[in-house]
Design a protein around this ligand. Structure first.
Ligand code: DGY
Length: 321
């Protein structure tokens, strides 16, 4: 196929194989570091299909740089807040994402953060690594148990449901806030109750964010919401940083409005608010939600499958627009 496909970030070989099996020889960036913006604007010129990572901002400038022949932007991520979907739609550019294949990996990380922050595991590890003296003690480094506590899921899509399933297996009750009701059998399986956002904040012991990042969820959680939460509650974010006002989270943690937070994503990623770094009651990990070899291979394969479908004039399996 003589179609110009540009892969703007380094992706697992499984994705490249899917392209080559379909007779596509892409122009593929092969370094772990993202391309500079100027190199990216140059690289996309004349592309008919782009396969992008969440580190690439796909906006009008980039779409113009690519040119009017561009047919699709296939993101190797379930989240697509790096893409101006409206600008793509206006230009008849198809956008696709990778739902489904990273559900369990991301839910695992969400629940790992729940356990880490409630049982003070990051703090404990820092004690050992600092080589300071420590001793088992009846009152030493006590955490909070999660059994019979409520997890409040914000955004009950596939990852929210998978996280709720893990919480239920650990003896927690499940509440959720979502625009739509979940399937009756899922609600039954999880014994999940749908609450208003304020009710969820006021009654949950863990608030875990799983909604998409867009204009309507920007700073969905900030000072006012922290005030509504229990002082003993924890916030978990594995979705996207801008959903939480990071400075107001620091303020809430410092003034003990909430008990702690577990964060995989950051408002100005990869920058992390300096105020978080010295707090013991936060666990900070570098956007690892989908970071298993199997999951990344599946994401790359799905993105490439979307690209191949577009190249063949078909509707891609997981379109966004
Ligand atoms: C996604 O797919 O949106 C994840 O955040 C990538 O790790």
């Amino acid at each position: 196929m003589s179609l110009k496909v540009v892969v703007t970030g380094k992706i697992p070989s499984a994705g490249l194989k899917t392209l080559s099996d379909a007779g596509i020889t892409p122009v593929a960036w092969d370094a772990d570091q993202p391309m500079s913006r100027s190199a990216l604007l140059e690289a996309v010129k004349g592309a008919e299909i782009l396969i992008t990572l969440l580190t690439e901002k796909v906006d009008s400038e980039l779409l113009d740089a690519a040119g009017a022949q561009l047919k699709a932007v296939c993101n190797v991520a379930v989240g697509y807040n790096n893409i101006d979907v409206a600008a793509c739609t206006t230009r008849n550019v198809r956008v696709t994402n990778t739902p489904g294949v990273l559900t369990d990996a991301t839910a695992d990380i969400a629940f790992a953060l729940v356990l880490m922050v409630t049982r003070r595991l990051g703090e404990g590890e820092r004690v050992i690594r600092s080589k300071n003296d420590w001793q088992w003690g009846m009152h030493y480094m006590l955490g909070s148990g999660i059994q019979n506590r409520q997890i409040g899921i914000v955004g009950m899509g596939a990852i929210g449901i998978a996280t709720a399933r893990r919480a239920k297996a650990f003896g927690m009750s499940v509440a959720y806030f979502s625009r739509s009701k979940i399937a009756e059998e899922t609600a039954f399986e999880l014994d999940a109750k749908q609450l208003s956002f304020d009710e969820l904040l006021a009654t949950s012991d863990i608030v875990s964010i799983h909604c998409p990042s867009n204009e309507s969820t920007h700073h969905l959680i900030g000072a006012a919401q922290f005030k509504k939460m229990k002082k003993a509650a924890f916030l978990i974010n594995t979705a996207r940083g801008p959903i939480v006002n990071e400075q107001e989270l620091v303020d809430a943690l410092v003034s003990s409005d909430i008990a702690g937070a577990g964060l995989d994503v950051f408002e100005f990623e990869p920058q992390v608010n300096a105020g978080l770094l010295n707090l013991e009651n936060v666990v900070l990990i570098p956007h690892l939600g989908s970071a298993t070899a199997e999951t990344r291979a599946a994401m790359a394969t799905l993105a490439a499958t979307n690209a191949v479908a577009v190249a063949n004039g078909q509707i891609p399996p997981t379109p966004v627009n």
